[in-house]
Design a protein around this ligand. Sequence first.
Ligand code: ADP
Length: 209
Amino acid sequence: MELTDRQEKILQIVKENGPITGENIADRLDLTRATLRPDLAILTMSGFLDARPRVGYFYTGKTGSELLTEKVKKITVKEYQSPPIVVREDVSVYDAITTIFLEDIGTLFVVDNHSCLVGVLSRKDLLRASIGNKELTKVPVHIIMTRMPNISMCRPDDLLLDAGKILINNQIDGLPVVKQSTHGLEVVGRITKTTTTKAFIELVLDENL
Ligand code: ADP
């Protein structure tokens, strides 16, 4: 986050004199407390300053990148997950390919009739099954999918950072987000390379960071 000249000055004053009241900071800058209020709010929200009632403002000593790291380490999967796109295990490879085009996605999750996870289908799984095979309407996806228990997944309360590490370490494009249900692991969302990139971009563009 880019600080304004005035915010830099406030930081300097608090660094040298903290804890210091808002009134005192305003006096030193020849401004009113009301004029400073938005700047103090931004500096406090973004973590550069801390405020204690009846004590005043003090400098947290954290750099911009430390604050960014702190924020990244708090983001959970449920804040960024997309809706899951699923197919049943008996649909054909042909229909799975159609779904990938219609939904404009790369990874399909395969579920049983309780909506519980049984497999994953990537673009290349479908491509591989299609090479030299003219009868794609007759091949059910459960024959070609990667199946349980070999599926990497995450849960809504997991850190997005940990989900991102799984994507990179396992060299895959997507993870199902699952919740335990009576019949197995219900698919409730998806985390993909796009999701994690989006979180990263939003965070960097966030004015209040
Ligand atoms: P692509 O194959 O289109 O490059 P991926 O890299 O995501 O896409 O998939 C590579 C292989 O890993 C595929 O065989 C796919 O079935 C499998 N795969 C994809 N996602 C997962 C997952 N979450 N857990 C286990 N295997 C997966």
